[in-house]
Write a protein that binds this ligand. Structure first.
Ligand code: ADP
Length: 461
């Protein structure tokens, strides 16, 4: 458990229980905590606080939403939970933080696929006054203001656009070291090479999966808790599930969810793609399957994710080929062979639950099932918020209206819609771009905005 769970609360600090931030506030660098905590710490809204789990991180404190006011809860987003090395339900120690103006701050992209050439001046504006410390993961955000805070604090978060999508960066170094903030005189450098993030939650975490509150709750109990606290289960004498089956249509976020659970559980993530492994040469498929399981056992805690499991383990009576039969048998043997108390969970996904071999669903195998449906309106709203996070949105853009008019869309469709709308916005500014320049000028970036009409055009496609 986190140190703060047992530590005595010292003078000038408060001990609060961690809960997840609201989806739309994720990546803003703020934490919500009750007003009583502000009084105890002698701080006001907009001040910097240090949050100490197994590690310390910094954030700007703003008051809780009314419904949380009576609870001793601090709301952290996925990046902040990773930065403080804590998770929902654990306790952290919060104290007021003094930050020094930085003379220099170096950032690096936290995702491998990002190629960044943005002007560092623009980056400086995005993180202006945000408290920072080396090793923290931070995110760029769009212009939507933070709710429920006084205007003078809100101004801090009205950063200009940096890109059309949220960008996650790692703070590689600062001068001076310790707790700093960026001001007018700070020199900001953006490295182009990717820096392996200190915590995998910087890549994908629960905030990146929309419309799945209940599912996440269930998976936390089934998968995250046993992986995180195996001793709890040993002591209770119960065996946590070895296999969980996710079923739902393609593009509903099953893969993303499994990845988020792995990252939030501090577990290694291994994927097996059903159709791909089936395509291997004779005997190769079983070997490949065995190898992945062996490697996962060596790297516990671990999650093995099998996508499109129906293609590896179809109903045996329907199977003609020997190869398929042997592969089903191999998977069953591997599941059986997992040490009762090994810290490894197999998550399998399918959109055809009726097509898989029943033997797979017996006790000790994939004996838990979770249905991932097509998202409803509020789910679509959350998913839209995720994919437009960090996107500068025009005033006319109404995410509520968009979620009402996208009935039947799954997460992948919504992601594509947001991407298309951004491309529309880029098309509009193309004439202003000098395509030979390596950097887009800050003035052009600041003007960049995805408008209602861009979404309308994107919907037509
Ligand atoms: P599945 O495994 O169910 O086919 P994926 O997890 O591969 O679906 O989703 C594909 C993409 O669609 C994701 O990378 C993400 O961009 C988007 N997506 C799907 N579902 C969601 C969701 N619930 N929340 C946020 N994004 C989603």
């Amino acid at each position: 458990m986190a140190e703060a769970d047992t530590a005595k609360v010292e003078e000038g600090t408060v001990r609060l229980q961690v809960a997840a931030a609201r989806q739309e506030e994720s990546g803003r660098g703020v934490v919500r905590m009750p007003r009583t905590a502000f009084q105890k710490l002698g701080i006001t809204e907009g001040d910097a606080v240090e949050i100490e789990g197994k590690r310390s991180t910094l954030a700007v404190a703003v008051p809780s939403y009314d419904e949380d006011e009576a609870l001793d809860v601090i709301r952290l987003d996925g990046l902040q939970r990773g930065n403080a090395e804590t998770s929902s339900g654990e306790h952290v120690i919060v104290r007021r933080a003094e930050t020094k103006p930085a003379t220099r701050v170096v950032f690096a992209p936290a995702r491998r696929e990002m190629r960044l050439h943005g002007p560092s001046e623009a980056l400086k504006k995005v993180f202006f006054k945000q408290p920072l410390t080396t090793g923290d993961l931070v995110a760029t955000h769009g212009q939507q203001p933070v709710q429920n805070v006084p205007p003078e604090v809100r101004r801090m978060f009205n950063a200009p656009a940096y890109a059309l999508t949220q960008i996650r960066l790692q703070v590689v170094s600062t001068s001076p070291k310790g707790f700093v903030h960026i001001d007018e005189n700070t020199e900001v450098e953006l490295r182009t090479e990717f820096e392996e993030p200190r915590d995998a939650r910087g890549l994908i975490n629960y905030d990146d999966v929309g419309g799945m509150d209940e599912t996440i709750k269930a998976l936390r109990e089934m998968v995250e808790l046993p992986l995180r606290y195996p001793e709890l289960f040993t002591r209770l004498g119960v065996d946590p599930p070895k296999g969980v089956l996710l079923h739902g249509p393609p593009g509903t976020g099953k893969t993303r969810l499994a990845q988020a659970v792995a990252n939030e559980s501090d577990a290694e993530f291994f994927t097996i793609n059903g159709p791909e492994i089936m395509g291997s040469a004779y005997g190769e498929s079983e070997k490949r399957l065995r190898e992945v399981f062996e490697e996962a056992e060596r790297s516990q805690p671990a999650i093995v994710f099998i996508d499109e499991v129906d293609s590896i383990a179809p109903k045996r009576e329907r199977v003609q080929g020997e190869a398929e039969k042997r592969l089903v048998a191999q998977l069953l043997t591997l599941m059986e062979g997992l040490q009762a108390r090994s810290n490894l969970v197999v998550i399998a996904a399918t959109n055809r639950p009726d097509a898989i071999d029943e033997a797979l669903r017996r006790p000790g195998r994939f004996d838990r099932e979770i249905v991932i449906g097509v998202p409803d309106e509020s789910g679509r709203r959350e998913i839209l918020a995720i994919h437009t996070r960090g996107m500068p949105l025009g005033e006319g853009v109404d995410l509520g209206e968009l979620s009402r008019s996208t009935h039947g869309f799954v997460g992948a469709d919504i992601a594509a819609l947001a991407r298309e709308a951004a491309i529309e916005a880029v098309r509009r500014i193309m004439p202003k771009l000098d395509l030979d320049a390596r950097e887009i000028p800050a003035e052009v970036l600041e003007e960049l905005c995805v408008e209602k009409n861009d979404f309308r055009e994107a919907l037509k496609r």
